[in-house]
Design a binder for this molecule. Structure first.
Ligand code: SOE
Length: 390
């Protein structure tokens, strides 16, 4: 446990970070900034926080950025920062989905590492273009599927990999929210406006926003290959062009079966992400809203509650744990773990080295998988639930 932050990411100077999007009032941009600060690995020194010049200026000033490093155009920022001896080494992209690919490719081409919000982009074709740009650049690309950063999620993965559950048979993942139950997009809620707009979100509504988190979490923990899926996407909200509820059956290559439910119209669910995995020797259950506890049911033995930092919580979790058990860590710390894993990789790259052992974060490959998942689900739903290979 490293109370003062992650020691494997502390060596060397702070990483000079830029941000695209995340201007005043933006939720996820602020979360990225907090996450980048928790372990003291990054300094935010430049930003194109908005494409509206006045808003970009106000937002940059509020964050204390130097006037010369406040931009309203990401392309100009990429060129200018790449030309400075003290230019940014990494950029966080926190714009709506349709504005990920352009900046990501521009910064990669300028030799700058990219940390991008999820889902990767709006289509599989564009995701593959981004992947080609990552490969060509040799830079690090991280996708903030932040739920993989929680210590007990790391523990679940370690237990699956270590064979504690035996052969995995069942994967049950759900991500239920309620914030789009009413016509939220007509109330001035900016996120709601673009989440329900296919031009800005892509083909998935709840599917793209939170279904991809659920899919990624199950993928991260189980490592199972998804062979085919059958999906039903529904738009309950009046006039919505995109789904606000999705139910998916999944068949895995090893014969396991899965079910994924993602909804933004389920009253009473604030951020109800939950994963249950069952194998021949036991089962695990974890809820994001109670993230410091993990339920472990070994076959033929009483169920145990493992706590973050407590006995049996294992090494993979300890690496990303900051404070002792009973002192809750949550969303922001989990998000920070992704930032600090990426910091360790960036610092290793400074010296031409590979990331230290154990460092793991979602990459471009996860983003491409997420888009393949979205497109397969949309295709299946249009074909009345036909089984589709992602
Ligand atoms: C809104 O649905 C949202 O903020 C998502 O966009 C995030 O990715 C998720 O973590 C929480 O809910």
């Amino acid at each position: 446990m490293a109370i003062e932050g992650r020691s494997d990411a502390r060596a060397g100077g702070r990483i000079r970070l830029g941000m695209v999007g995340g201007g005043e009032g933006a939720f996820i941009g602020a979360v990225h900034r907090i996450a980048s600060r928790i372990d003291g690995q990054y300094d935010l020194v430049a930003g194109a926080l908005s494409a509206t010049p006045e808003k970009a200026r106000r937002s940059g000033e509020a964050l204390g950025l130097a006037a010369g490093r406040i931009y309203d155009d990401y392309a100009r920022m990429a060129t200018a920062e790449a030309a400075r001896p003290d230019g940014i080494e990494a950029v966080a992209i926190v714009t709506p989905n349709h504005m990920h690919a352009g900046p990501a490719i521009a910064f990669l081409e300028a030799g700058i590492h990219v940390i991008c919000d999820k889902p990767l982009t709006v289509s599989l074709e564009e995701a593959e273009r981004m992947q080609a740009a990552v490969e060509k650049s040799g830079r690090i690309f991280a996708l903030t599927h932040n739920y993989t950063g929680y210590p007990l999620v790391r523990r679940m993965r370690e237990m699956v990999q270590g064979g504690d559950l035996g052969i995995i048979r069942l994967v049950q993942v759900e991500y239920a929210q309620d914030w789009l139950t009413g016509p939220t997009e007509t109330t001035g809620n900016k996120q709601a406006e673009w989440r329900v707009d296919p031009k800005r979100s892509g083909a998935g509504g709840a599917l793209g926003d939170i279904g991809t988190h659920a899919f990624n979490l199950a993928d991260f923990v189980t490592g199972l290959e998804l062979a085919e899926l059958s999906a039903e996407l529904t738009a309950f909200g009046a006039g919505r062009a995109l789904d606000d509820n999705v139910q998916i059956s999944m068949r895995y290559a090893n014969g396991a079966r899965g079910a994924l439910w993602a909804s933004q119209v389920a009253p009473g669910n604030e951020n109800g992400l939950m994963l249950r995995v069952y194998g021949t020797r036991g089962g695990l259950a974890w809820r994001q809203e109670n993230p410091n506890q993990l339920s472990w049911s070994p076959l033929d033995a009483p169920t145990q509650i493992l706590t973050r930092g407590g006995p049996g919580s294992g090494e993979a979790a300890a690496r990303v744990t900051r404070v002792p058990p009973g002192h809750p860590e949550g969303y922001l710390e989990g998000f920070a773990n992704i930032y600090s894993e990426v910091a360790a990789a960036i610092k290793a790259a400074r010296d031409g080295e590979k990331p230290p052992a154990g460092v793991v974060f979602p990459t471009i490959a996860d983003g491409v998988k997420g888009l393949a998942f979205i497109e397969a689900a949309v295709q299946s739903s249009k074909a009345n639930g036909q089984w589709v290979k992602p």
